[in-house]
Design a protein around this ligand. Sequence first.
Ligand SMILES: Cc1cc2nc3c(=O)[nH]c(=O)nc-3n(C[C@H](O)[C@H](O)[C@H](O)COP(=O)(O)OP(=O)(O)OC[C@H]3O[C@@H](n4cnc5c(N)ncnc54)[C@H](O)[C@@H]3O)c2cc1C
Ligand SMILES: NC(=O)c1ccc[n+]([C@@H]2O[C@H](COP(=O)([O-])OP(=O)(O)OC[C@H]3O[C@@H](n4cnc5c(N)ncnc54)[C@H](OP(=O)(O)O)[C@@H]3O)[C@@H](O)[C@H]2O)c1
Length: 275
Amino acid sequence: MNDLKTVDDLNATPVRTLPDTQEVTAVQHWTDRLFSFRVTRPQSLRFRSGEFVMIGLLDERGKPLLRAYSIASPNWDEELEFYSIKVPDGPLTSKLQHIQPGDEIILRPKPVGTLVLDALMPGKRLWFLATGTGIAPFASLMRDPETYEKYDQVIMMHTCRTTDELEYGRQLVESLKDDPLIGEFVGDKLKYYPTTTREKSERMGRITDNLSSGKVFDDLGVPPMDKETDRAMVCGSLAFNMDVKAVLEGFGLREGANSDPQEYVVEKAFVGDGI
Ligand SMILES: Cc1cc2nc3c(=O)[nH]c(=O)nc-3n(C[C@H](O)[C@H](O)[C@H](O)COP(=O)(O)OP(=O)(O)OC[C@H]3O[C@@H](n4cnc5c(N)ncnc54)[C@H](O)[C@@H]3O)c2cc1C
Ligand SMILES: NC(=O)c1ccc[n+]([C@@H]2O[C@H](COP(=O)([O-])OP(=O)(O)OC[C@H]3O[C@@H](n4cnc5c(N)ncnc54)[C@H](OP(=O)(O)O)[C@@H]3O)[C@@H](O)[C@H]2O)c1
């Protein structure tokens, strides 16, 4: 028997040519609901740190099932990194959480988003305010030299329910100091302020409360927010974003966009109220 396929065989197993596929190069699981992964980068893909793209897999019927994902790697990285939730019955992430190096995912190379440095007026101090996977765009911006060229100080506030959910961000920040490419830009400009809300840890409390009460300024020994000098980027649930907006407006900051740079910008970390 030779293994040449007959026309019937070929019809029975249609060859699918996937558009825009990239190969998974690494996967790391952080908790039972969080993982990160890296994929090859399309040669033609240019993006601004902080932007998001559509990624996904084929569904059972062979149709692309795509979701928005912030690119967590900086724009100079030769691969792309993503940081993902695992939604137990989520159409995409119930499958995506099982990817392995060598697998292929779909990536539409059309980056967009408002969490970009160009959408802010020049300032001296930049605040990244994130809950949960909302840290992903800031994982990109914290690794971009331009962030440190444009600002004297960068403050990363990240809040999760428990300590283990902070680990991806903690290790990333820790690695920056000694990073041969970005370390010298970061210097001592980056301050990291992680907090938990439902597990006892060194620092606790919601970002909104720690800003409103002034606790974060006291803890870090920095002056309160001032619209003349401070700029902010916000990424979390809809409820978080709404509440942070009110706090920032209280400090006199105004919301901007790509077409209208102001003092702060906001993007949803996901659509919906929660799992
Ligand atoms: C602009 C933008 C950027 C995004 N970037 C990321 C990212 O970098 N990483 C990421 O994991 N997700 C990100 N998301 C969410 C992502 O698009 C999907 O919703 C997520 O991957 C779940 O897909 P799913 O098909 O499994 O479930 P879906 O049907 O999409 O979601 C089911 C429910 O799960 C909850 N949920 C979805 N995503 C999250 C999340 N990230 N954190 C907490 N609860 C969530 C919501 O309640 C949602 O209604 C982003 C969404 C938007 C709009
Ligand atoms: N994280 C988990 O262990 C876990 C496990 C199973 C299911 N889920 C579900 O997954 C969904 C997403 O969970 P998540 O933990 O990623 O996101 P989340 O519920 O938005 O909480 C993330 C962090 O943001 C804080 N936060 C939430 N709303 C806020 C607001 N309006 N202002 C300021 N801070 C706010 C939370 O503080 P508070 O703790 O004070 O709310 C928490 O520290 C939720 O619906 C949850 O029920 C979560």
